[in-house]
Design a protein around this ligand. Structure first.
Ligand code: PLP
Length: 397
């Protein structure tokens, strides 16, 4: 790919978005123009559309080890799936606990899709929210979670891996603590529900929702070489979240709206390919090796410091503070040199705000405004990483 100055691009922003795999594009192709039926129609074209939607649902079911097809609800994005989990749990809890204000526990480093949903409920007096802090390593202290749990807790929403610093939370351990706490407190209902935003984790980590012990889990197409505009929410059997969209009753009555058949087919193929890729130990090992090689070189530059834990982070993620530098000039310079990296998340960058994630690690605003995220993808080459390092090094000189 080239930019408008006809330079070859170095794309190192795979946490923001990934290209759609060629195999995903060809799986989707027939469903734009030839097989364009509505899955709700009874005729044979509708039946074919229904078949491929459920075929994709089966693939996601396998990916997250769900019990049944009903556990997979397709959405228009991971943002939507996160909103559905937060609002759906709060309202579901309210309906079964009249006069009790639902309590939500989340973290200060969540993606805005979870944070803004929680803040909105809080602002409107519809929920009380506890925002757990993360340590310098980006990991939540499970003791803080234990202290925050109460019989009014409707939802615990903690992301699997962070989108800015790649910090991996101990979700299975967190879920176990909640299950034990419930047992100890004599709570026999499904509340609190446990949600994890697994958008960034899906391409690298184990996604078995049952082993993780979660009730709700979010994924997104465009972070795993699938299309934009499609996500899914895993909803464990028997739990009671309030339906998100009303209308024609699609998605088991949880999210009405005609299913975007090509996008759903694309997501189905993308999760199969993601599973194949991450189950090869060599792929993860090679990515880690390339990532660490670049990181070690970056850390030799004076004033460069790593944000978050080195060990408990996604294999594709580097996030470094470039302190005592004119950060904006560096970002503009990198872009002019054809390098695509990011300062924090794509959403925060749009708002020009300091990164709420870096701030939540206890860093100052200066550091939160001068942190660079470099994320590798399965197509990243050693040469790209070397070229990027040389360009940055020259700039910092
Ligand atoms: N959650 C996390 C952790 C993300 O990284 C993102 C995207 O950056 C989202 C949610 C939102 O995903 P989508 O773009 O599908 O709405």
């Amino acid at each position: 790919m080239k930019n408008n100055q006809n330079q070859k691009l170095i794309y190192l922003d795979y946490a923001a978005s990934t290209p759609v795999d060629a195999e995903v594009v060809s799986a989707m192709a027939p469903y734009w123009t030839e097989e364009f039926g509505n899955p709700g129609s009874l005729h044979f074209m509708g039946q074919e559309a229904r078949r491929v939607v459920d075929d994709a649902r089966e693939k996601i079911k396998k990916f997250v080890n769900a019990d049944s097809l009903r556990n997979i609800i397709f959405t228009g994005s991971a943002t939507e799936a996160d909103n559905m989990a937060v609002y759906g749990a709060a309202r579901g809890f309210t309906n079964s606990h009249r006069l009790v204000m639902p309590h939500i526990i989340t973290t200060a480093i969540e993606h805005e899709a979870v944070l803004e949903s929680c803040r909105d409920l809080e602002k409107n007096g519809l929920a009380r929210v506890t925002y757990l802090k993360a340590g310098k390593d980006g990991i939540v202290d499970v003791a803080d979670l234990e202290n925050a749990l109460s019989p009014e807790t409707a939802l615990v929403s903690i992301m699997y891996a962070n989108n800015e610093i790649g910090a991996i939370q101990p979700i299975a351990e967190i879920a176990e603590i909640i299950h034990q706490w419930k047992k100890f407190s004599g709570i026999v209902s499904d509340w609190p529900l446990i949600h994890t935003d697994a958008v960034q984790a899906a391409g690298f980590l184990n996604m078995d929702a049952r082993k993780l012990g979660v009730d709700l889990l979010t994924i997104s197409g465009h972070k795993i070489y699938g299309p934009k505009g499609v996500g899914a929410l895993y909803v464990r059997d028997g739990i009671n979240i309030y339906p998100w969209l009303r209308g024609g009753g699609q998605e088991y009555g949880m999210r009405a709206g005609t299913e975007p058949v090509p996008l759903i087919v694309g997501l189905g193929r993308a999760v199969e390919l993601a599973e194949q890729w991450k189950s090869s130990a060599d792929n993860i090992k090679n990515m880690l090796k390339s990532r660490d090689h670049l990181l070690d070189k970056l850390l030799t530059i004076p004033g460069v410091a790593l944000n978050g834990s080195r060990e408990r982070r996604l294999p594709n993620n580097i996030n470094v503070a470039l302190t005592n530098r004119d950060f904006d000039t560096i970002m503009i310079g990198l872009s002019q040199a054809g390098v695509c990296v990011s300062s924090g998340s794509a959403c925060a960058a749009r708002g020009q705000k300091p990164s709420h994630v870096i701030l939540a690690l206890g860093c100052d605003e200066k550091r939160a405004r001068s942190s660079l995220r470099v994320t590798l993808g399965k197509y990243t080459t050693e040469k790209e990483l070397d070229d990027f390092y040389k360009i940055l090094q020259n700039m910092l000189k």
